[in-house]
Design a protein. Structure first.
Length: 262
């Protein structure tokens, strides 16, 4: 017993325990990573991944590194997932047109097949958000009322209560969501592009994301019963409109009456 107690108090005992703990933790993480990566790229064929790798080397490696490890010109992409690539490339934000506060939407440089191949390649490099399933992209299956509550809680402070967008700091902005496709809306919530936070499934479930998409579609497609929407920016824009044109009308009428009195 005394010998056993002496061994437990040996200075190297703590080091050995730490090494064993690190080995077990590292092994478990590696197993989880491989499993997650395999699940994320299940739908991607080997040929898609290979073609995506060629497209990446020709069009993306200059900024993101030949193996997507990143460089001074662009961040690493290992672990961002297929959804992030599909969003950035599918909306034309990438390849980047010019340096600025944030990437702007433009006509996509790649077609749908090439975009899917690029997404498959980057998705194969590490675990990350996968392309969302079609069942979560159908606005008709969502609950716009529930989605409206979630949107006002999580999104309206930047995108406006009806998704009309708005200005942020230092030249950045929250885009108008009325014409964004359901897939890209879902992927934006998944991946948190630009200044947007990431809403993973623990924050917003896939059903919650579908409800938000349903709400955005409803408020975007419904006509305005009051006439001009004024950008759907709410009482501030409407008040400014009335103040500017109403005051101008009052001044004009006053000047006209004054001139007639003379």
């Amino acid at each position: 017993m005394k010998l056993l107690a002496d061994r437990r108090r040996h200075p190297m005992a703590l080091v050995v325990l730490l090494l064993v703990g690190l080995l077990l933790t590292g092994g478990a993480y590696a197993l989880f990573t491989q499993t997650s990566s395999a699940n994320a790229s299940t739908a991607a064929s080997a040929s898609d991944i290979e073609e995506g790798k060629k497209l990446f080397a020709a069009n993306c490696a200059t900024c993101h590194g030949l193996n997507a490890e990143g460089s001074k010109a662009g961040p690493g992409l290992i672990g961002v997932g297929a959804a992030a690539v599909d969003f950035q490339v599918g909306t034309g934000r990438m390849p980047l047109q010019a340096n600025g506060p944030q990437a702007r939407v433009k006509e996509p440089q790649f077609n749908d097949e090439q975009t899917a191949q690029l997404a498959a390649y980057v998705g194969s490099l590490g675990p990350g958000p996968a392309i969302p399933e079609a069942q979560y992209l159908d606005p008709k299956k969502g609950d716009p009322a529930a989605g409206g509550g979630l949107f006002r809680t999580n999104c309206a402070m930047c995108h406006n209560v009806v998704g009309a967008g708005g200005a942020l700091t230092r030249g950045k902005y929250a885009p108008n969501l009325s014409e964004v496709s359901p897939k890209h809306l879902y992927q934006a919530m998944q991946t948190g592009p630009q200044n947007m936070p990431i809403f993973n499934d623990a924050n917003l479930t896939p059903e919650d994301k579908r409800d938000i998409i349903s709400y955005i579609r409803e408020v975007s497609e419904n006509p305005s019963p009051g006439g001009f929407k004024l950008g759907s920016l709410g009482p501030v824009a409407e008040g400014l409109f009335i103040w500017f044109f109403g005051l101008a009308a009052v001044i004009g009428i006053t000047v006209w009456l004054s001139s007639r009195a003379k």
